[in-house]
Design a protein around this ligand. Structure first.
Ligand code: DX5
Ligand code: ZN
Length: 232
């Protein structure tokens, strides 16, 4: 994957039909998704439980684009290899989930996967200041992680602007996750984000039998984000 700052839409399969992941992944890719975002939750770091490595391994053959695995688990290090063996192209770890985030990011890169670092809404950007040479992506959470369908937290916009300045010319993506809609996408795109995760705003109104609303929803988010950049 070559690096660029074009807008990329990464649907979160947390909002997919849980009895139909393979077909849901195929449907969102056919409808224009750029990446596939997989939310891994452990019932400990966040109050919800989702996908272990075998589930991620089962998703893998269906993903033709890029599988971005967002680990909301603590500890992180004992599970890195299991998730990269399962086929993750990128692993994102939370700075709040491990006392040695520097080591965690090194361990992710040592597997050959790309490495992302994530910040909860309450965590200052300064927490990742010394990690810029170890990451391929900064994930700025605009909800408290754990559930889809929550309301966008606006303090993430200013944090995105500051992250963009901190990154400078480095080839590091800025991903936004939580409450992304055609209304909120322009706010973060204008501030410097390029990868927009969206769960409920992508899957609403569609199904594997009727996937065209997924395409409409992806286009609406992308166009809203691209238009604000064109205007800037
Ligand atoms: C939240 C997850 C998100 C979530 C986004 O803990 O990390 O990826 O699924 O869902 P929406 O887009 O519905 O806010
Ligand atoms: Zn996520």
């Amino acid at each position: 994957m070559t690096f660029d700052r074009s807008i990329k839409i990464a649907p979160s399969i947390l909002s997919a039909d849980f009895a139909n992941f393979g077909r849901e992944i195929q449907a969102i890719e056919a409808q224009g998704a750029d990446w596939v975002h997989v939310d891994v939750m452990d019932g400990h770091f966040v109050p919800n439980l989702t996908f272990g490595p075998p589930a991620v391994k089962a998703f893998r053959p269906h993903v033709k684009t890029f599988m971005d695995v967002h680990l909301m688990i603590a500890p992180v290090d004992p599970y890195i290899e299991a998730y990269t063996d399962a086929g993750a192209d990128m692993i994102t770890a939370h700075v709040e989930a491990t006392p040695h985030i520097h080591r965690t990011l090194q361990a992710i890169r040592a597997t050959g996967a790309k490495a992302g670092v994530s910040l909860n809404p309450g965590t200052p950007l300064s927490a990742i200041e010394h990690l810029m040479d170890l990451v391929d992506m900064v994930l700025i959470m605009t909800v408290n992680p754990g559930f889809g369908g929550q309301k966008f937290i606006h303090s993430g916009i200013e944090k995105t602007r500051q992250a963009r300045a901190m990154i400078g010319d480095r080839p590091i993506h800025i991903q936004i996750d939580g409450g992304v809609t055609p209304q909120t996408a322009p706010l973060v795109a204008e501030a410097g984000a390029d990868v927009l995760v969206a769960g409920s705003a992508v899957f609403r109104g569609g199904s594997v039998e009727n996937p065209s609303p997924y395409g409409d929803n992806i286009r609406a988010i992308r166009e809203a984000a691209e238009n604000t950049r064109a205007a800037a």
